[in-house]
Structure formats: structure tokens, C-alpha cells
Design a protein around this ligand. Structure first.
Ligand code: ARG
Length: 456
């Protein structure tokens, strides 16, 4: 295939150099966006009298045919081509002749690739939001079922205070809601057309950049041509949000791994989302969750690789920037795959309520409530804290729990204790009493669910 830039060169590009230089294996997935951009560009060129309407018609028909044939598989991508942009242009010219050679008037691959990537990432951004919403839905459903299921809440992975499983799940829902917000904000900066910035300095043709932007449903045009062709902030922003999503998924995965262990036994993964061992017949391993945790590394890596690619680049376009797509596409594919698996994994996992309840009964989760009981009777919190600490020490010595400690023992520490202390330290009561906004009470979980429903 002849290079679009043949002319200045006497000899062909070395075969290995051609392979090395080519990006089509990676960027061919942007063929729809490339064609959409070209259709808008051709329509604008005709509207401004830069090409004839006959040529524009031939280009439109030709591109329509190429799109159809690529979709159906009738046209196969030629991996010897340099990139998707030159492939489509060459194919167009092969099909319609000279009119095809006019398409690249007042355009460069530099503004073309910036446009294609923006359009592609816009679609992916919307798809990601949908997938995150699905996950939040799955979490909300489970949280609704378990808004009163008591489990220990942890700090330092030490049992701390009683929470519900619903409350715990919704903590993740909040993270994913923020991820959606970040993606939505990114759309503002993504939905801007660089087309017409050309190679780096704009063009001498009287083009109408607003027209092409409008045809592409983009909200605005970039206002500095050098920036337009050398900016990849929009790509980095998504890469950063993707890294954040993976960080959230990875923490969640880690908990699922812990909860499925014999040590915790809080959940049992459905057989569809766990695997066995080749040697140990008893094993049921949380491979899917582990892989999500593991794949977080590559998504972080992609972010760092994009940042590093860009940091030393003089204005404007440099070929280094071709590396952006491999990184961002890998992050997108990885995150989408992880989200797709997380929904059914959460949806189908069995929640072992009794084990959670049992764990909540050990570990003095109600010690803070016991101190609060004394505070309500007038003691300063620090004094109440110390007395309760001493009670915990007595329990540990007598191998019992606060609920079972005789009232006489309580009264040895403080005469403010009366029989009603047992109601105050009952775990269900402790939960209900957490009335502060955003707390772990079933009523608060209900409010959180309402918040999510109205937001989505
Ligand atoms: N394949 C290139 C990329 O992805 C397209 C832009 C090429 N521009 C150039 N001046 N060589 O970045």
C-alpha cells in the first residue's frame, strides 16, 4: 500500500520500521469515529465551497459503504496500513477515485486523531457510567435485603462497632457514585472539537469549525490549535478515573476475599464466580475477586505510562502520543470487564448472616455504647471511657462478654449502672441508636438508598 506521505521519499519504509510505526492494530477500533469525523468534515468543506457538492456526495456515499463493510466484515482491516486514518482514506480513494483525495483538504491526521479519540472516549465514558449504575443497582438491592443484618464494623481490621451489611455495601455505592460524577464532569472537557486545528497552526481555508462540531454533536471547539493537537489531558483524566474505579473495586475485592475465607465466613461466593484447586479437593477460591485486585496494577500502570509519555513533549504533536491509545484502551477494557463481573458476583453471593451476627457478638462492639450510657447519666466521656475499659478487662478475665456480666460487677465500677444498661448495650439497640445522619442504623441505610434512587 502506498503511503499517504509518499512523494518526498525515494525509497520504501523498512519493513520492520513500518511494523513498528504502525498503530492500526490498536486504533482500528476507532473506525466509526474516524468515519463520523470525515463525514462532518466533508459536509463542512462542501458547505464552505472548498470542495464541490458532487465530491462531497461521492465521499459521503463512499464512507457510508466503508462503514457498512467494516461492520459486516466484508472489508477487512489491512494491518500493513499505518493507521486507521490512512487506511480509511486509501480505501475511499480506491473506491471513488479523485474525490477521495480531496477529503484531507484543511485537515491533518493530528487534529483527526485528537477528534477520533475524543469521540471514542465520549462513548466509552457513557458506557462506563451505565456499568457503574448497574453495579450501584446490584449493591442497592443487596443493601435493601441486608439493611438490618448486623455485622462487625472494623478499624485496623479489629472489630470496632456494630454496623449492618447494608451500610457496608452502600459505602462502596458512594464511591462508585463519585466515580460517575467524575466521569460526567470529564465529559465537559471531552466534548470539544479539535477538528480544523489541522497539523498545528490551523489552515488558510475559510473553514467553519462550529459547523463540524455541531454535526458531531460536540458542544464547543478548541481555541488554540497547538494545544488542540497536543493535548491529551482528556485521555489522562479518564485514565485517572479508571485508576480510581479500580482502587475502589480492589478494596471491595479484598473484602470479598477476606469474607470468603474460613476465618471470616461472612459470604459464600456462588459456584459461578469461584474456582477449585488442581490438588486440594476442598478448595473454593475467590479467583475473580483476586483478579480484579490484581488487574488494578495494570490500570495504575497505564495512568503512569500516559503521564510519562506526555511529560517531556515539546509542542505540538509528537509520535510518542500514538502510544496513548494502547494504554487507555487497555484500561477501558480492563475496567469494563471487572465491572461486568462484579455485578453478578455480588448479586449471587450468599450472605452468611448468622456468622456475621456471631462475629458481632464477640469483640465488645458495644463498649462505646456502654460508655455513652454513662455519659447520658452525667459522666464526662473520658471518665465513662475509662470505666468501660475496666469493665472490658473484667470480662476478658472472666471470659465473658458485657451482655453476660452480672450487674453487680458493673456497679463495682460505677453506681450509675442500673439494670437498663443491658438494653442500652443490646446490639440491635446499639444499631438503632446510631441516629446521626449517615450512621449505620437501618433507618439511615434506608435514607441512603433513597438518596441513591433520586440521584440515579
Ligand atoms: N497514528 C497516529 C497517532 O495515533 C495518528 C497521527 C499521526 N500524525 C503524524 N503526524 N504522524 O498518533
Amino acid at each position: 500500500m502506498e503511503k499517504i506521505w509518499a512523494g518526498r521519499f525515494k525509497n520504501q519504509l523498512d519493513e520492520k520500521a513500518n511494523d513498528f510505526n504502525s498503530s492500526i492494530r490498536i486504533d482500528c477500533r476507532m473506525f466509526r469515529q474516524d468515519i463520523a469525523g470525515s463525514l462532518a468534515h466533508a459536509a463542512m468543506l462542501a458547505a464552505k465551497g472548498i470542495i464541490s457538492s458532487d465530491d462531497a456526495l461521492a465521499i459521503t456515499d463512499g464512507l457510508g459503504g466503508i462503514l457498512e463493510d467494516l461492520e459486516s466484515g466484508a472489508l477487512v482491516i489491512d494491518y500493513n496500513a499505518e493507521d486507521i486514518h490512512s487506511f480509511v482514506e486509501a480505501e475511499l480513494t480506491r473506491r471513488i477515485g479523485d474525490a477521495g483525495k480531496r477529503l484531507h483538504t484543511a485537515r491533518s491526521r493530528n487534529d483527526q486523531v485528537a477528534l477520533d479519540l475524543r469521540l471514542y472516549l465520549l462513548e466509552e465514558n457513557r458506557e462506563l457510567i451505565l456499568r457503574l449504575k448497574n453495579l450501584i443497582d446490584a449493591l442497592s438491592q443487596k443493601a435493601e435485603e441486608h439493611k438490618a443484618t448486623i455485622m462487625p464494623g472494623y478499624t485496623h481490621l479489629q472489630r470496632a462497632q456494630p454496623i449492618t451489611f447494608g451500610h457496608h455495601l452502600l459505602a462502596y455505592a458512594m464511591m462508585f457514585l463519585r466515580d460517575i460524577e467524575r466521569l460526567r464532569e470529564g465529559q465537559k472537557r471531552l466534548n470539544i472539537s479539535p477538528l480544523g486545528s489541522c497539523a498545528l497552526a490551523g489552515t488558510t481555508y475559510d473553514i467553519d469549525r462550529d459547523l463540524t462540531a455541531g454535526l458531531l454533536n460536540m458542544e464547543n471547539i478548541t481555541i488554540n490549535s497547538l494545544d488542540a493537537v497536543s493535548d491529551r489531558d482528556f485521555c489522562l483524566e479518564i485514565a485517572a478515573v479508571l485508576a480510581m474505579i479500580m482502587m475502589h473495586l480492589s478494596r471491595f475485592a479484598e473484602e470479598i476475599i477476606l469474607w470468603s475465607s474460613w476465618e471470616f465466613k461472612f459470604v459464600e461466593l456462588d459456584d459461578g464466580f469461584a474456582t477449585g484447586s488442581s490438588i486440594m479437593p476442598q478448595k473454593k477460591n475467590p479467583d475473580i475477586a483476586e483478579l480484579v485486585r490484581g488487574k488494578t496494577g495494570r490500570v495504575y500502570g497505564n495512568l503512569l505510562s500516559l503521564l510519562t509519555q506526555m511529560k517531556g513533549l515539546p509542542l505540538a504533536y509528537n509520535k510518542d502520543m500514538q502510544e496513548d491509545k494502547e494504554a487507555i484502551f487497555d484500561s477501558l477494557d480492563t475496567v469494563k470487564a471487572c465491572l461486568a463481573l462484579f455485578c453478578p458476583m455480588i448479586g449471587t453471593m450468599q450472605v452468611l448472616k448468622d456468622n456475621m451476627q456471631k462475629a458481632a457478638q464477640d469483640g465488645f462492639l458495644n463498649a462505646t455504647d456502654c460508655a455513652d450510657y454513662l455519659v447520658k447519666k452525667g459522666l464526662p466521656f473520658r471518665t465513662a471511657y475509662k470505666i468501660t475499659g475496666e469493665l472490658v478487662a473484667v470480662c476478658l478475665e472472666q471470659k465473658t462478654i458485657l451482655e453476660k456480666l452480672p450487674i453487680a460487677e458493673y456497679q463495682k465500677q460505677s453506681e450509675l449502672f442500673e439494670e437498663d444498661v443491658f438494653a442500652a448495650i443490646d446490639l440491635n439497640q446499639c444499631l438503632k441508636n446510631r441516629i446521626s445522619a449517615g450512621g449505620s442504623s437501618p433507618a439511615s441505610v434506608e435514607q441512603q438508598l433513597e438518596f441513591i434512587r433520586t440521584l440515579l
